[in-house]
Design a protein around this ligand. Structure first.
Ligand SMILES: [Zn+2]
Length: 302
């Protein structure tokens, strides 16, 4: 005779590997992993077509431009989305070929990933002038690698503490002199910090960004924000972009693509049409859909 108590349930293979997986993630992320995954799953319920539409629509009234550093292996999956960015007059930049921490790669690995991203975009017929490393993680050799690849601007190296507060573009020295690439300071206020980290709503996000813009207006320099479309392109937050652009213009600001801003500044050492300062709106695209996000987490490539 058997009773329920004697039945031993053998955990199946997928169940065990699932458990291993979760504990692996927890080791890396602590208890934030499940919550962050749930957040990303919720955000990805809005399709990226819609997210981009929302960003374009928010910026259209002020004709403000936006740059999207996009992971090249992701862009390759839906090239029509990347092309729609260009078609709307915005800019696509490289965010690496894979969304990996560059400091974890060898020097040759870093060079390979960056070069492969540029080659991928060339094949897609998408014009790339700028770069931002995944997770804003740089090594000391990166400025030289970026410069060697002929990139006009970089928008992530300037996130480091010693550059973040700068009010103007800056150059990086190498042994053989100043590199040609223009490096752009990146403001600390990102959407993940404000929305996920501090739990701010639309009003608080807009107010905080406006404060930074006001500060930039008085310096006559430039401010760049990383506002990921996955959050800022949601219906709830996209209006922040419109409000911010409108505010910056009222203050006399210019909101071009980084490509245009860097090209113009390099030549004239002032902002176009005598604008008082420059606002650069950018936001990385790491995945189009949740399953890509999940896959990256699973393979620990992110
Ligand atoms: Zn990223």
């Amino acid at each position: 005779m058997t009773s329920m108590g004697e039945i031993r349930v053998q955990p199946s293979g997928w169940f065990m590997s699932g458990l291993r997986y979760i504990s692996q993630l927890q080791r890396r992320w602590g208890t934030r992993a499940p919550r962050q995954m749930y957040r990303m799953w919720r955000l990805h319920r809005t399709s990226f077509d819609e997210i981009l539409e929302n960003v374009f629509a928010a910026l259209e009234p002020s004709d403000a431009k936006f740059a999207f550093p996009t992971v090249a292996s992701v862009a390759r999956m839906k090239p029509e989305l990347a092309r729609s960015i260009e078609r709307e007059g915005h800019e696509v930049a490289s965010h690496g070929y894979n969304h990996v921490r560059y400091p974890m790669l060898s020097e040759a690995g870093r060079e390979r990933d960056l070069a492969l991203s540029l080659q991928t975009y060339r094949k897609l017929g998408i014009d790339i002038s700028g770069f931002r490393a995944p997770y804003d993680r740089y090594t000391e050799d990166m400025p030289r690698i970026i410069d060697k690849n002929g990139l006009l601007w970089d928008g992530g190296f300037g996130y480091q503490e010693e550059h973040r507060e700068k009010t103007h573009f800056f150059r990086v020295e190498s042994e053989s002199g100043s590199l040609d690439t223009t490096f752009i300071p990146l403001n600390i206020l990102s959407d993940d910090l404000m929305i996920d980290g501090r739990g701010w709503g639309r009003k608080e996000v807009t107010a905080a960004l406006k404060t930074q813009v006001k500060k930039t207006a008085s310096s006559g320099g430039v401010v760049m924000f990383d506002l990921h479309p996955i959050r800022m392109g949601q219906k709830e937050y996209a209006p922040c972009l419109g409000e911010l652009a409108e505010y910056a213009q009222e203050m006399g600001g210019w909101i071009p693509t980084p490509r245009e801003a860097v090209t113009y500044w390099s030549k004239h050492k002032r902002w176009k049409s005598d604008h008082g300062f420059c606002l650069l709106l950018t936001g990385d695209i790491d995945n189009w859909v949740f399953s890509d996000y999940l896959r990256r987490m699973i393979w620990r490539r992110g």
